[in-house]
Design a protein around this ligand. Sequence first.
Ligand SMILES: Cc1cc2nc3c(=O)[nH]c(=O)nc-3n(C[C@H](O)[C@H](O)[C@H](O)COP(=O)(O)OP(=O)(O)OC[C@H]3O[C@@H](n4cnc5c(N)ncnc54)[C@H](O)[C@@H]3O)c2cc1C
Length: 468
Amino acid sequence: MQVQIAGFNIDKSLIDKLDTELATPEVISAAYARISRSSKDVTELRTEAMEELAKARASNDRIIFEMGHSSIAEHAVFNIDIIGISRVLAELIQSVRLASFTEKSQRYVTLDEDFVIPKELDDPKLDWFKKRYIAYSKQLFAEYQKTYDKLLVYYKKKFPKLNQRELEGKAKEDARYILPMSTKTQMGITINARSLENLLRKLYHSPLLEAKELYDLLFTEVSKISPSLIRYTESTGLKPKLRSINKSLPIWKEQLDVDKPLKVVSFTPDPDELILAALLTEELYYGIEDIKELIYDMSWDEQDKLWRDVFEGIQSWHKMPRAFELCVFCFEIIMSESCWAQFKRHRIGTIIKEDEVYEPSHFYQEAIRKVKRTEIWETQIEKVHYFRDQLSFHNEEAARYIRMNTDTVKILAQFNLREIYHFVRLRSDDHAQAEIRNISDLMRTYVRVFAPFASRYLCGKSEFCIND
Ligand SMILES: Cc1cc2nc3c(=O)[nH]c(=O)nc-3n(C[C@H](O)[C@H](O)[C@H](O)COP(=O)(O)OP(=O)(O)OC[C@H]3O[C@@H](n4cnc5c(N)ncnc54)[C@H](O)[C@@H]3O)c2cc1C
């Protein structure tokens, strides 16, 4: 056996010192592309790729784009800093699932008045709107600061044992609901060339001018380093636009609201039996249907005993076995934009967000009432909503920037039980933010009804011992 580290990501300033065209991830992709068809060992293939970069590029081009062996592009990985973008654009970027993101947190950082003014507002016909947009954004940041100061005093009194950092964290967490989506953020992304092509496509086709600007900057930078791995950045995907639907349908049955934010839309039937049968597939010769019959004939105690075996030795950090993926739950959820910023980061699921932004409600924490800012917030929110409606009549894209964290969105989310375990471990935990924790707790409550055995250890990290 032999193991060789063929490459790893290092800081760009160190790569620049190499001063050579060869410092490109294309070499690794080209060498790996040839593994499947060459009798040479991979070290030799890498050396050859280094020696003949033009040939390596041509080979990438042929294998990835002509033969369709697209996973070759996944061997080239980029680390990208994105600085000074709006939350609106951050959402679009993070809709790519196969990548890693870390973003500046509005929970941990106190935010100065720093917001994006969308280029859409540079149109002289929208001058009036631009002035008001700036004025309202400033008001929202000023209200954030005032509420933060009040909350800090309130939490100091309420939780005298917490340290200053914890108190500030709580105050920031609640105050940020008033901030607009134009708030500037920064993030680090680690992404392979295949996903990066997907991201570039999303940016290219977005109607936001900010997305177009990022597309140009990103495409120029990455195509200098890696011209053979990213090609189809302009091709369109299938994006249904169901224009013929009458959007003013009279009622939304069972409308969710902030007091009842989650419902189960569908779930896999007999989840406990299915998961147990799948686990037993590894042990028994019989087919899954026979094993399920066997389980249906078992008493509660017999099943319980088997489930005890399944969970024996479980620790809070354990991932559930893959058999848990067979059981899928679909939820409809209403949450604030602030909560969505956290929710969307869970990549192993199918998450669909309402596209037309129409909020029947807004949500913020109870503490705002305690510090007597409710009236001020409600007035401010109403003014901004009114302004946004007017602006959206002239320019829908610009209007997205003046949505607030407090505005709600409707989500359809389908997760398998393995991911639900992961989600609930993180989000029903003491460290989780209150709104997402409430959603996670509701999810857990429903899942426990449908899958009482399989969800026996479904709880936040902090509760794990109690539950054990
Ligand atoms: C208390 C708390 C504070 C947080 N603070 C911040 C913050 O300040 N800034 C910030 O940006 N984010 C923050 N996050 C978000 C966090 O970093 C994760 O992005 C988010 O919780 C999604 O969870 P996940 O990455 O574990 O996995 P999911 O996306 O839910 O995926 C589930 C599992 O799949 C696997 N997986 C998925 N993708 C990959 C991959 N590319 N490579 C390897 N394995 C993968 C992992 O095993 C992962 O656990 C915070 C989360 C919590 C709970």
